[in-house]
Design a protein around this ligand. Structure first.
Ligand SMILES: [Zn+2]
Length: 413
């Protein structure tokens, strides 16, 4: 049911025996059929690709980064332009992240998904004592140095809400502290409480700005759940933010955040989704590898974003049904057929692997454009196929077939 805000979510089909589901998110700028992969346009552009091409490759929404647009051109400029969608000529639904991950990962070298092993040391020094630390977090917010010109800036929950309201995306995220998996348990507890208090401040400021800016379409605010690899902390985060109500205002949905141990990704998403209210959408932040997407969908995540498909495309790594390949490989020099015969993207319909090989070898800009179209289409379509499989009732068979083919894992359960 769409309420007066123009934002709503409904589950259309559930995956039996698990938390996965197919659904539909309605925003003031259109509907997103979920599960869905949302391409990232960090600076209000999916690098090297026209918005029309993003639409043609069947992406339903795009996600931009509040941190980057705050620094350049400034969120006030995007506001004057009529909001993110108008500014970048993308008529469909838009997301912005809170800037939390970006400012806190400055100078730290955060990786979103990491493989933990026994040798991994645990220390808060990873973020507390860098030689040239670019961000400092305290209970009120984060002070950070611009990666562009070294100027000093400060994000608080209120600043993040102001920036995201000016950017005007349909779905925005609460400001959170993103820890690393290397932080101590004690630090994770302290940080989680800080993120909870920031969530309350975000809800209050979001409500104030929504009323003050009622000439603009409604923006849905998602609370972000942290808690690293700890089950009790993750469940607490979901219970706290899932039930949070500040003067009648609740989160419209939830962002499943933080650094994630690849081995435990599904388990962690499962803990969170078990606790969250079922009638609200869940976005898994920064995840885009095919195996992680399957695990995320199976455990209840509805939408995903990641820079990986476009970033990898620019380095000549492209997806095929049989895994990732590199277009500069000599075997493509005379392959006068598409990268993937079964792909219905613009690139595969019109260009050969031999031409792609030539473009990458000669460092032509078109190489990035064509490879990005193919990679984004591959991931967008893969998640759309997961949706169809949930509705048909053969998700697990589809997963097994894909994983066996793509990763060569024949014995996958
Ligand atoms: Zn293709």
């Amino acid at each position: 049911m769409t309420n007066a805000t123009g934002f709503s979510f409904r589950e259309v089909h559930s995956l039996s025996g698990s938390l996965g589901r197919a659904g539909e998110i309605t925003t003031p700028h259109g509907v997103i059929q979920t599960p869905a992969f949302i391409p990232v346009g960090t600076k209000a552009t999916v690098k090297s690709v026209l918005p029309e091409s993003i639409k043609d490759l069947q992406a339903q929404a795009v996600l931009a980064n509040a941190y980057h647009l705050y620094l350049q051109p400034g969120s006030d400029v995007v506001d004057e332009a009529g909001g993110l969608g108008k500014f970048m000529n993308w008529p469909g639904p838009t997301f912005t992240d809170s800037g939390g991950f970006q400012v806190l990962s400055l100078g730290v070298g955060f990786k979103k998904v990491i493989a933990m092993n026994e040798d991994t040391f645990r220390s808060d020094e990873v973020i507390a004592d860098k030689k040239e630390r670019l961000a400092h977090v305290d209970n009120d917010g984060v002070t950070f140095k611009s990666h562009l010109d070294g100027s000093m800036h400060r994000f608080t929950p209120e600043v993040s809400m102001k920036v995201q309201h000016e950017l005007g995306a349909d779905i925005i995220f609460a400001f959170d502290e993103c820890t690393t998996l290397h932080n101590t348990r004690k630090y994770q507890e302290k940080s989680l409480e800080r993120t909870r208090l920031w969530a309350i401040r975000c809800l209050k400021e979001h409500d104030r700005l929504t009323k003050a800016r009622n000439h603009r379409p409604y923006q849905a605010l998602f609370g972000v759940l942290q808690g690293a690899q700890y089950e009790d902390l993750r469940r607490k985060a979901a219970v706290d933010l899932g039930g949070m109500n500040v003067d009648g205002i609740e989160f419209d949905g939830f962002g499943l955040g933080g650094a994630l141990d690849k081995e435990k990704l599904g388990t962690i998403v499962g803990w969170l989704c078990e606790e969250l209210p079922r009638h609200k959408p869940r976005h898994l932040l920064g995840i885009g590898e095919p195996d992680d997407l399957f695990v995320g969908v199976e455990n209840g995540a509805d939408t995903f974003d990641c820079v990986a498909p476009s970033r990898q495309a620019r380095t000549s790594a492209v997806f095929t049904p049989f895994g990732r390949t590199n277009m500069t490989n000599a075997k493509y020099k005379r392959q006068f057929s598409p990268i993937d015969e079964t792909c219905d993207c613009y690139t595969c319909q019109n260009y050969t692997a031999a031409y792609m090989n030539h473009l990458f070898k000669s460092k032509e800009m078109l190489a990035s454009t064509l490879a990005t179209i193919h990679n984004e289409h591959f991931i967008v379509k893969l998640v759309a196929q997961m949706r169809e499989a949930i509705i048909r009732g053969d998700f697990l068979e589809m997963k097994k077939e894909f994983m066996g083919r793509f990763y060569g894992l024949r014995d996958l359960k």
